[in-house]
Ligand binder design. Structure first.
Ligand code: ATP
Ligand code: MN
Length: 464
């Protein structure tokens, strides 16, 4: 009978010492002398490698030759307590099967210490490194935490469409979706593209946010969240923007802006605590290798209440700051990342939730304040990241919403359904969007958003 495989994550279990085990994985390194060879085997289940001890009296040259960095093995042998330092147990190989070789002249991940930029070009293999193994295991645990948080609080997971016809969100530049022949476009009499001939009979694009449909869910099911791909044709090449990213958007009936801020703060803290509790080895590794203030920063965020600050007060703090900003500060500006980081990293030294922004720089659906100038928006600003969440209480009043839509000349033809939420049983409600990769950035301490999604999509890059 074939011995059942044990994952390496499960092998460091004292009860298994003395038993015969079967392990499978990829060779990270091989070293040794002419009597004994040591192979560090990793199977992706943990950052830890398992040491395989190979007695050269038992294995011939032919078996040993293909065992090089990157090759894949099935090893059986006795699990014993290790005398060497750096590991608690090791396997004394009794049989070795090589699944696949990795030619040392071709396999790119030979030595340690490749730059993150180099590894980005090897995205098909980079998850085999310690760093990216850690990042993607953490990403998984955070995704699980998102579902757990909302499920435990009675929110329903709603899947909103990725292809939409509403072009009124204004959240970002959109990617068009079409099956029209671009070399032979159908035209109307006045020469415009005739989208009635397109697949959906109208112009469509990839979603920039599931919020509007999320509001339909919230005003029916009470509390929903989405967690799905989001697309923005951001032409800016920054370490914080992707063209395809994953967004989490809770939307809740009967929540005002304060409930919304409480939820945002609880949610982020829950996710960070979850990662600390479930990804210790990986976070320790990243803390040690890249940024030895990472764990301190994560614990710091958990320990403090987020500052809640009016936009207007934030502007005043920036105006009084001694620091010289590249972009001049005055009431009405959309804050640049240098401003956000000053407030968070230098002035308050903890996360800040900024509220009541000028209506001109925020979306049409945000609840209008009585001052006629500001709306009940909230952005959560984080150290290192800048904006991690954007949200608001929504305008629940039909006439006010319609007025704003008309002021902004937003084409509502395809959005009649959105207005009906305010026509039939309207309720106060709120929600926000959290960019999942920005959360993963914060928790891993990585500096570039391209390094926290397996296959990043950015301008001029759709490789893999
Ligand atoms: P920014 O000003 O950073 O571009 P935004 O104001 O466009 O953000 P929202 O439209 O409020 O952001 O989107 C909600 C959240 O989605 C943001 O707080 C951020 O975490 C995330 N996000 C927005 N755009 C991107 C992007 N291009 N790539 C990754 N995450 C993004
Ligand atoms: Mn943006």
């Amino acid at each position: 009978m074939e011995l059942k495989r044990t994952k390496i994550v499960d092998i460091f279990n004292p009860e298994l010492v003395g038993s015969k085990v079967s392990v499978k994985g990829w060779v990270r390194t091989r070293r040794g002398n002419k009597h004994v060879q040591f192979v560090a085997l990793n199977d992706g289940s943990t950052i830890k490698n398992l040491q395989i001890v190979i007695d050269l009296e038992k294995f011939d040259e032919e078996t040993m030759k293909p065992i090089t960095t990157g090759s894949s093995l099935h090893v059986e042998g006795d699990l014993v307590a290790s005398q060497g330092k750096g590991q608690t147990v090791e396997v004394q190989a009794s049989s070795i099967e090589v699944y696949g070789t990795a030619d040392p002249d071709e396999y790119p991940l030979q030595k340690k210490g490749h730059t993150l930029e180099f590894l980005r070009e090897k995205a098909h293999l980079r998850m085999r490194t310690n760093t990216f193994g850690a990042v993607f295991r953490i990403r998984h645990h955070l995704a699980y935490a998102v579902h757990k948080f909302f499920n435990d609080r009675g929110f329903f997971y709603l899947n909103t469409p990725l292809i939409t016809a509403s072009d009124a969100e204004g959240a970002g530049e959109m990617f068009q979706v079409t099956t029209l022949d671009l070399n032979n476009l159908p035209r109307t009499e006045d020469g415009k593209i005739d989208y009635s001939k397109d697949f959906f009979g109208k112009a469509t694009n990839l979603t920039v946010s599931g919020q509007l449909e999320g509001e339909l869910g919230a005003t029916s099911l009470g509390a929903i969240y989405t967690f799905g791909p989001t697309f923005r044709a951001e032409n800016s090449n920054t370490p914080r923007h992707l063209a395809e990213f994953w967004m989490i958007e809770p939307e809740i009936a009967f929540y005002d802006i304060n409930d919304n801020m409480d939820l945002a703060e609880d949610f982020i803290k829950f996710c960070i605590q979850w990662a600390l509790d479930h990804c210790k080895d990986d976070i320790d590794f990243l803390n040690q290798m890249y940024d030895n203030t990472l764990i301190e920063r994560l614990n710091g965020v958990l320990a403090e209440n987020f500052v809640r600050l009016d936009y207007t007060d934030g502007i005043n703090i920036l105006l009084e700051a001694k620091k010289k900003f590249e972009f001049p500060v005055k009431w009405g500006i959309d804050l640049q990342s240098e401003h956000e980081r000053y407030l968070v990293e230098e002035h308050f030294k903890r996360p800040v939730i900024l509220t009541n922004y000028p209506k001109e720089i925020k979306a049409f659906y945000m609840k209008q304040n009585d001052d006629g100038k500001t709306v009940r928006a909230m952005d959560v600003l984080f150290p290192q990241i800048g904006e991690i969440i954007g949200g608001s209480e929504r305008e629940a009043d039909y006439d006010k919403l319609l007025n704003r839509i008309n002021e902004l000349n937003i084409p509502m033809k395809d959005m009649w359904w959105y207005l009906e939420t305010r026509k039939f049983g309207t309720v106060p409600h709120s929600g926000f969007g959290l960019g999942f990769e920005r959360l993963v950035l914060f928790v891993t301490g990585m500096q570039n958003i391209r390094d926290v999604i397996a296959f990043p999509r950015t301008p001029n890059n759709a490789e893999f």
